[in-house]
Write a protein that binds this ligand. Structure first.
Ligand code: SAM
Length: 203
């Protein structure tokens, strides 16, 4: 992928990029999940987790370590992801019904404790377009989560701030006992991304 000079400069000087390289994580995004996890105690041994939009794999690396012993992590991305020990990877689009069926097979029909989604559309830089695409994808993530989560389960989902965020939050509030918004330090101030966390799924 072609990167411009300012992107390369920013990457080389970013504290989280440096830490990720040092700790052998595949992405700086891992520190967003870590911060939320440390605050909200999301990930525990034995959990079944579904990681949507998982590549290159930072979140999967982190979560797959924390669910040991006994847990299972299923990761999905439409891009290839290099193997991570203990992670079951599905190459596919989350909008595709077949991907969902593969996921059910891999989970052994067991319901999922936690769905984590860092899915992002290809950004155009046009604010309204990016917001609309992100929201559309987020709605698909919620559809998947509602089909596969066990009662009491959780959902962590990335969104881009915009006018429809409140309606989205209301939808989650109708299905989860608690809904919170998180903006971890590793999420750049210049980015409009936020994370919404729903805990205590009620069918
Ligand atoms: C920001 S990256 C995820 C980074 C990841 N959390 C990590 O820690 O390495 C977003 C990912 O979402 C994936 N994605 C976007 N739309 C998708 C879709 N419809 N189905 C599956 N994956 C998708 C992209 O291919 C990309 O790899």
């Amino acid at each position: 992928m072609k990167r411009n000079k300012s992107w390369v400069h920013r990457q080389n000087n970013d504290h989280y990029v440096k830490s990720a390289r040092k700790e052998n994580y595949r992405s700086r995004a891992v520190y967003k999940l870590q911060e939320i996890d440390e605050k909200d105690r999301l990930i525990r041994p034995g959990m079944y987790i579904l990681d949507l939009g998982a590549a290159p794999g930072g979140w999967s690396q982190y979560a797959s370590k924390k669910i040991k012993p006994g847990g299972k992590l299923i990761a999905i991305d439409r891009l290839e992801m290099t193997d991570i020990p203990g992670v079951e990877f599905i190459l596919g689009d989350i909008l595709d019904e077949q991907t969902f069926h593969q996921c059910i097979t891999l989970s052994g029909q067991r319901q999922i404790d936690l769905v984590i989604s860092d899915i992002a559309p290809n950004l155009t830089g046009i604010r309204d377009t990016d917001q609309a695409r992100s929201l559309e994808l987020a709605k698909s993530v919620v559809d998947v989560a509602f089909k596969i989560l066990k009662p009491g389960g959780g959902l962590l989902i990335k969104l881009f701030e915009g006018s429809e965020i409140d309606a989205f939050r209301n939808e989650l509030t109708s299905k989860f006992q608690r809904v919170m918004v998180r903006k971890p330090r590793a999420s750049r101030d210049s980015s409009r991304e936020i994370y919404m966390l729903g805990c205590g799924y009620e069918i």
